[in-house]
Design a protein around this ligand. Structure first.
Ligand SMILES: Cc1ncc(C[n+]2csc(CCOP(=O)(O)OP(=O)(O)O)c2C)c(N)n1
Ligand SMILES: [Mg+2]
Length: 795
């Protein structure tokens, strides 16, 4: 078909076909073409779905198809209001993709019937743009991430245009609000483009939206301030809106081309007011205006299912039938239920369809990373335990090399702490920045349109960017302060759900794993204090999808290198890596570190005694700082009680603690018993909240002898009546590292005291020494309060 033949008439017929299918999916289980009068048995037993967003989504999809054909675009479609899935599923079906992926949804009456029935039905399509929907890279279940996902998708993706529908309700969320500024990181020379389309349908579930109730000039000014040249289209009469949309979307695409032309010719990046469309149409457009006294079209009542009682109420059934017939299905589909031939021409063909664009299923695009040898970045362990190093520093050098080897498909993301987290070696490739640059900016790490480290103080936005980057076939790592990682906990959870479902879908290609480095940890918030102490992120993630989640606590710099090296090679996972950035003791050379990282758990000889004998006590730790304290405790104890048989176990892979039936990395009970014994006391020094270790191990044979120390929010439980109570002043403020450890009883003295108390043969014999340990604690605290720093302690 020639482009001039694509008239608003045809577009409107296609739109009607989409609306009919979207409504059919919500209501019908039979009689898909309404060839016979609508009866109650044709209505689903349970009508579910969201009508309100659907027409707007279909409308934008069809107009996107038009410009894909006209300009030969490489585009994907991102539906912010993903709950309007019927509005996306309908055009994806009509362009033939669903039938290719799922033969039961054939292009005929039976296929249509199957599609209608399967929607929001057990085992069928969900009510959002779930991973089962070809072309989707974001479900849109939890609102707020459409724009950050889109920007993530187009960074380093030169020709891609992500057509992104932002719901006007979605736009009220914090994550969406911060993501408009993503354009300050977009370099038109190397990056693709996002075309945001704000779907201003006026309502959320039950309320008007702010953006729909401010004046037009305020709205336009708002987006101008965000760096967009927005064009407002409005109307209720479809033909009129089609005509306006044709003009505005053509303008937007041509503007994108002119930006590309201007900047790419001489590789001269600059910032523009990027095109954006504001589409003010009624919510639930094309539905009946009113039912009895209630408004439907153009009101929040259109959000979900307007005639939800159609099965029981003959009057509603009649209205529903009238509504569905208003789309004239008999004129849109042929006798067999296939879309009219001349309308089929409107959709792009092959991989030009947004539903089969390779970026939305990155098998062909994703390339494994070229990785340097971690050994080249290792710390030399001159003297075990006494060698000290900043744990994350070598990782920075390693990542710098990863960037060098993979300039087009690897990025480092962080809110604003990449330097603070000691990863600033990566700044050699610059920090992405399209806003103003001042001479002094080059002082430490330079800002550049071509930079590869992405820092923006919105944990949500950078997380969204990374997710979008991964979903379109690339790789990355995000570093953040551990204490603020819970900000993105829900987002990571949504991503994990996506990945979990995707791994069950045969046609979905694996994506690179989401790697999160949590550093500046709870135990080292010397100058920030209580507000920066929160190891809770891992609690929110450990209960989820064992096939997806991994949690690593490398004890030192060399193990960290191996953990990251490994994580960057995995797919379809969320790798959480927790380690502090400060100077800490180093334990393992690269060979030992490799073995330890591979096993995930191990007995360390230098910290144990009587290695081939049954131990009197097991001391275990997980996390770099608790490991340091546990090892110091062992050194203190073994010097005093040389006959005591101590086994020290370091847990690097948290999930080794769970049973192998519950997590692929879990130890069998036999292995666990062999490490932790069936009946000896275990003193476990943990990085996070102690209950987590109990939860993971509650079924293990020796659980009743497991005593866990960990972070307790500095609560005084167990301490308030003890000798330490007098020292626990200023809980919310500044603490020295040892003081904080003592307050939570993960310090070397508390662990040594624990050992004495829990080992029967020491409990009485060790009383005097225990007393001395208490004195040492008191001295340490006195020293801290007096001098503001910890006393140098002899190990
Ligand atoms: C973060 C989040 N909060 C609340 C909800 C519940 N919810 C689902 S749809 C919706 C309204 C969305 O309105 P809008 O983005 O304008 O979409 P549309 O009007 O097109 O349906 C809300 C609040 C959600 N899905 N995600
Ligand atoms: Mg809305």
């Amino acid at each position: 078909m020639l482009l001039q033949d694509i008239t608003p008439d045809k577009i409107n017929d296609y739109f009607k076909a989409c609306c009919y299918i979207a409504a059919g999916m919500i209501y019908l289980q039979d009689n898909p073409l309404l060839k016979e009068p609508l009866k109650k048995e044709h209505i689903k037993n349970r009508v579910l779905g969201h009508w309100g967003a659907s027409p707007g989504l279909s409308f934008i999809y069809i107009h996107s198809n038009r410009v894909i054909n006209k300009y030969n675009l490489n585009s994907i479609f991102i539906a912010g209001p993903g709950h309007g899935a019927p509005g996306v599923i309908a055009p994806v079906y009509l362009e033939g993709t669903l039938s290719e992926f799922y033969p039961e949804f054939s292009q005929d009456e039976i296929g249509l019937k199957n599609l209608f029935k399967s929607f929001s039905f057990p085992g069928g399509f969900g009510s959002h743009c779930t991973p089962e929907l070809p072309g989707s890279i974001q479900e849109g279940g939890e609102l707020g991430y459409s724009l950050s996902h889109s920007y993530g998708a187009i960074f380093d993706n030169k020709d891609l245009i992500a057509i992104t529908v932002v719901g006007d309700g979605e736009a009220e969320t914090g994550p969406l609000a911060t993501s408009w500024h993503s354009n300050k990181f977009l370099n038109p020379v190397n990056d693709g483009m996002v075309l945001p389309i704000l779907l201003l349908n006026g309502y959320k579930i039950n309320n008007p939206t702010i953006l729909s109730r401010i004046e037009d000039d305020e709205l336009i000014s708002l987006f101008k301030g965000y760096g967009y040249e927005s064009k407002l289209i409005e109307g209720e009469e479809p033909f009129e809106v089609h005509e306006k949309m044709i003009k505005v979307i053509d303008y937007s695409i041509e503007r994108i081309f002119s930006i590309w032309k201007e900047t790419r010719k001489n590789k001269s990046p600059k910032r523009f007011n990027y095109p954006m469309i504001i589409l003010r149409i009624p919510k639930g457009w094309t539905a009946p205006k009113k039912l009895n006294e209630h408004f439907i079209e153009g009101y929040w009542r259109a959000h979900q299912v307007p005639f939800s009682d159609a099965k029981e109420n003959p009057e509603s059934l009649k209205y529903l039938e009238e509504w569905l017939l208003s789309y004239e299905p008999n004129k849109l589909f042929d006798e067999n239920g296939s879309l009219r031939e001349d309308l089929k021409e409107l959709s792009p063909k092959g991989d030009k369809r947004m539903s089969t664009n390779p970026n939305s299923n990155c098998e062909l695009l994703r390339k494994d990373l070229k990785l340097p040898d971690p050994v080249d970045f290792s710390v030399e362990i001159k003297e075990n335990v006494k060698t000290s190093f900043e744990n994350t520093k070598p990782l920075g050098n390693f990542l710098k090399e990863v960037m060098k080897l993979n300039p087009e498909n690897f990025r480092v993301f962080g809110p604003d702490e990449t330097k603070s987290n000691r990863l600033d070696a990566t700044f050699e490739f610059g920090k992405t920045w399209m806003a103003k640059i001042l001479p002094e900016d080059s002082d430490e790490g330079y800002l550049s349109p071509f930079g590869k480290v992405m820092e923006y103080l919105s944990e949500h936005t950078i997380e969204g960017w990374l997710e979008g980057y991964l979903l379109t076939g690339r790789h990355g790592i995000l570093n953040t302060y551990e204490g603020f990682s819970p900000i993105i906990s829900s987002m990571v959870s949504q991503f994990g759900k996506w990945v979990d479902i995707s791994t069950d879908i045969s046609w979905r290609a694996p994506i690179s794993s989401l790697n999160l480095l949590l550093t500046s940890v709870v135990w080292r918030q010397d100058h920030n204090g209580f507000t920066h102490q929160d190891p809770g992120f891992i609690n929110s993630i450990v209960d989820k999808w064992p096939n997806v989640v991994r949690v690593y606590f490398p004890p030192d710099a060399n193990t960290l290198l191996w953990v990251v090296w490994h994580s960057l090679q995995t797919t379809d996972r969320i790798n959480i890596i927790v380690i502090d950035k400060q100077n800490h003791p180093q334990y393992l050379n690269m060979d030992e570190a490799f073995k330890h990282a591979t096993k995930g758990i191990g007995i360390w000889d230098f910290a144990s005694t009587h290695l081939d004998e049954e131990p009197d006590v097991v001391v275990a730790s997980c996390g770099d700082i608790p490991t340091k304290e546990a090892i110091y405790a062992i050194y203190i104890i073994k010097e005093k009680f040389s006959d005591l048989k101590i086994r020290y176990i370091n847990v690097l892979n948290l999930f080794t603690l769970t049973q192998n039936l519950e997590h692929p990395d879990g130890l069998t009970d036999r292995e666990f018993d062999s490490y932790f014994t069936k009946n000896k006391p275990i003193i476990f020094n943990f990085h996070g909240y102690p209950w987590l270790i109990h939860r993971l191990t509650y079924r293990r044979t020796n659980h009743s002898n497991l005593h866990v120390r960990g972070y307790r929010e500095n609560r005084k439980i167990g301490i308030d009546s003890s000798y330490l109570a007098t020292f626990l002043k200023g809980r919310g403020g500044i603490t020295t590292p040892l003081q904080l450890a003592i307050m939570n009883q993960i310090d070397r003295f508390s662990i040594a005291i624990d050992i004495i108390e829990r080992v029967e043969k020491l409990s009485e014999r060790g009383a005097f020494f225990k007393d001395k340990l208490k004195n040492m604690q008191i001295e340490a605290l006195e020293y801290a309060y007096k001098n503001g720093v910890d006393k140098e302690l002899e190990v």
